[in-house]
Each structure stands twice: as structure tokens, then as C-alpha cells.
Design a protein around this ligand. Structure first.
Ligand code: GLU
Length: 409
């Protein structure tokens, strides 16, 4: 099953429950525009390589399109469309005035020199500058991209349209970025993990947490949960995993990663494979890396009481069904990882007002938005007796549907 089949199934489940007609379902699921471009790059050695780039704009009923830009060898049209639809429900769920989009280049960013990465980014911007912009579609970081990539996009976009910092979010703080954007997704994941455990009358102090992924999302989530008194017992990244049942010292691990570029071989821990990490007994399992990691094959072996989806689309529907049957509560991606796009919204607001907020204001406003969305999702799940994913889709799709009808077709 591909990424798109998964997100479509979740959509149809919610849409049927809402009684949406087949035509309305089709209208809401069909993307507004799909851009596919060739990105030719002159490599440092003088050879020319060509890559495929996408920007898929799913739905703008509630406002300009918004979503990340992914540089990854597995980027394809289906996956980008699936991720674009997730952005539509996500922005609606946290109630920020955007629609949903996603983009990407089928490329392994690790294989490129910084100069090549800059050239490919500028070339891609040349290809899509007409369809993006502060009132049209605002890209942001995702897997394989970062603040530096956003700075290049802003600069290149400015060559066509003049100084326009709000054309992209997740920029460096020194270059019109927002303080607190980098930590935002991980902070939101941590915040809602604590909120969920509280609802379930579980203690955060001593709760055992396993995190797959120690990048921008996983590392900040780990830090937040560590500060709240949770015990992080295993983490991994693309190079390997580590485990320590007594708890990993997260600040020390962060220093180790800053020096070594990986969690692998961190002292005071034993190695763990990716497969074993996922089935480690724990209170909360947090997939914070790539999509499609929780499958029908490993779902019955997962020994977590809760799953918090920090990654986009980590759970296949068959696995989701198994978690339901086994009474494992899943906090879905559209809610759990919405902190990133929420602070992207704050960055865009600041750029448009030429006025910057301090970090405390960013954190306060983020926490408010996230907790409000969590509270509403929990209420819907309880009153309608559905799981949290279905509840979040009901809320998100409901808002997009109403905006579509009110705006007219
Ligand atoms: N890539 C992030 C996401 O999947 C952030 C998108 C944004 O900030 O626009 O939510």
C-alpha cells in the first residue's frame, strides 16, 4: 500500500461518517494543481544531472497553500500528494488560515556538496517561483531541507518579485526567521504527549519513551520530555540506534550528536537495531523519522501503550486497525506534529508585520494553539466514540468542507 492509499483511506472513513456525498469527497480530495518540473544541476565536477521536482497544491479553501519541501530519494508524486492532503487537514485542525501543499525533489541531499545543494535549490525556485508566494503558497522545511535551503529560496524568489520574506518559512533567525520555529515541531510533540498522558491519568515522571529519529523533530521532542521528567530509554537515527533502560541523558546525547553527527556508539548505552527499537516495551513510542514504519507485520509486536506520530504518515491503516483492536492509543500526525506549521504561521505573520516576537510569546501562542486543537479532538473522539485520528480528520475535513461551501465553487 502506498502513502496515498493510506491517507485516502483515513479521509474516506471520516468523510463517510460525516455523510459527505461522493462528489463532495472527490472535490475535497482532488488536488488543485500539480506541478512537476525538471531540475537540471551542474555538478561540481562539471557533469550535468537532472532531477524531478514537485509542488502539489491540494486545497486552498481556507487560505494560501502551506507545506514543506522534501529532498529525499524516495520523493514521488503519490507521496507528495498524500503529504499535501495531510497539510490541508493539519492546518484546518490547528485552525491557521492556510490550505495544504507539499513539494520535493527526488534527490539525496547527503550526496550533494553545499554548493550543489544551493544551485539545485535556486534552480527549483526558478521553476516554481510563479506558483508560490506569500498569498499563494508558502514552502517550509521538511525532510532533507533546513533553514539554509529556505534562505536560498527567499533570496532567489526575491530576484523575480523583490524583497518578500513571507514567501517561505523556517528561515534562519538572522534572516527573517522566527525564534522558536526550529524547536516547534518537537516541542508540540512533547507538549501533546504530556497532555495525552495526563488525560489517561498516567504519570509523565518516569514514563518510558522510545523515539525513532533524532533529527529536528525527535531531538527537540526528546529534550522536552526529558525536561518534564520522562525517561527516554531508546533513540535511533539513520545510522543506528541506542538503548539504556535506566534512561539516556538527553542533553549529553545532544552534545555527542553535535560532535559526531549520529547517536550511534554513544557511550553509556547499548546498540539496538531499528526493528528492535520499534518493539521495545515502553509507555510511549514516538516515530519521528520517515513514513510507513508501522506496518501490518510489526503492529502486533509493538509493546507501547501509546504511539505519538511525530513523523508524517508513519502508520499504515492495517497497523492502525491492529492498534485499535489492541487498545493502543495513537495520537495522529496531523495533530501531533502540527507545531511546526503553527510556528511557520507565526513567522509569516511577523514577516508581514515587520515586527518580531520574542521566544516566550512564540512558545505561549504555540502551546495555546496545540492544546486547543488537542482538547477539541479529544472531545470529538469521546462524544463520537471514535479514535483520535478519525476525530482529527472529522474536525479538519469539516472546516475545509464548510469553507468550500461558504466560498462557493
Ligand atoms: N514540513 C512540516 C510539516 O509537515 C512543516 C510545514 C510548514 O511549516 O509549512 O508539517
Amino acid at each position: 500500500m502506498g502513502a496515498r492509499e493510506s491517507t485516502d483511506r483515513y479521509f474516506h472513513e471520516a468523510a463517510s461518517l460525516m455523510g459527505l456525498t461522493a462528489n463532495m469527497q472527490k472535490l475535497l480530495l482532488t488536488p488543485e494543481r500539480q506541478v512537476k518540473v525538471q531540475v537540471a544541476l551542474e555538478m561540481d565536477n562539471g557533469e550535468v544531472s537532472t532531477f524531478i521536482g514537485f509542488r502539489i497544491q491540494h486545497n486552498n479553501a481556507r487560505g494560501p497553500l502551506k507545506g514543506g519541501l522534501r529532498y529525499h530519494p524516495e520523493v514521488d508524486e503519490d507521496e507528495v500528494l498524500s503529504l499535501a492532503t495531510l497539510m490541508t487537514w493539519k492546518t484546518a485542525l490547528v485552525n491557521i488560515p492556510y490550505g495544504g501543499a507539499k513539494g520535493g525533489i527526488q534527490i539525496n541531499a547527503n550526496d550533494l556538496s553545499p554548493a550543489e545543494l544551493e544551485r539545485v535549490t535556486r534552480k527549483f525556485t526558478d521553476e516554481i517561483h510563479d506558483v508560490i508566494g506569500p498569498d499563494k503558497d508558502i514552502p517550509a522545511p521538511d525532510m532533507g531541507t533546513n533553514a539554509q535551503v529556505m534562505a536560498w529560496i527567499m533570496n532567489q524568489y526575491g530576484k523575480y518579485h523583490g524583497f518578500t520574506p513571507a514567501c517561505v518559512t523556517g528561515k534562519p533567525v538572522e534572516l527573517h526567521g522566527a525564534d522558536g520555529r526550529e524547536e516547534a515541531t518537537g516541542r508540540g510533540v512533547g507538549l501533546l504527549t504530556v497532555a495525552m498522558l495526563e488525560k489517561m491519568k498516567e504519570k509523565i515522571i518516569g514514563a518510558e519513551i522510545v523515539i525513532q529519529g533524532f533529527g529536528n523533530v525527535g531531538s527537540f521532542a526528546a529534550q522536552y520530555l526529558h525536561n518534564q521528567g520522562a525517561t527516554i530509554i531508546a533513540v535511533s537515527d539513520a545510522f543506528g540506534g541506542i538503548k539504556n533502560e535506566k534512561g539516556i541523558n538527553i542533553p549529553a546525547l545532544a552534545e555527542y550528536v553535535a560532535e559526531n553527527g549520529t547517536v550511534k556508539d554513544y557511550p553509556e548505552s547499548e546498540p539496538v537495531s531499528n526493528e528492535d527499537l520499534l518493539v521495545t516495551p515502553c509507555t510511549v513510542l514516538i516515530p519521528a523519522a520517515i513514513g510507513g514504519v508501522l506496518t501490518k507485520d510489526n503492529a502486533s509486536h509493538i509493546q507501547a501503550k501509546y504511539i505519538v506520530e511525530a513523523a508524517n504518515n508513519p502508520t499504515y491503516p492495517e497497523a492502525d486497525d491492529i492498534f485499535d483492536q489492541r487498545g493502543i492509543t495513537v495520537l495522529p500526525d496531523v495533530l501531533a506534529n502540527a507545531g511546526g506549521v503553527t510556528v511557520s504561521y507565526f513567522e509569516w505573520v511577523q514577516n508581514r508585520q515587520y515586527f518580531s516576537w520574542d521566544i516566550d510569546k512564540v512558545r505561549d501562542e504555540l502551546d495555546k494553539k496545540m492544546l486547543d486543537a488537542f482538547k477539541r479532538t479529544w472531545e470529538v473522539a469521546t462524544t463520537k466514540k471514535v479514535n483520535l485520528r478519525l476525530a482529527s480528520y472529522l474536525l479538519g475535513i469539516g472546516r475545509v468542507g464548510r469553507a468550500t461551501v461558504m466560498g462557493g465553487i
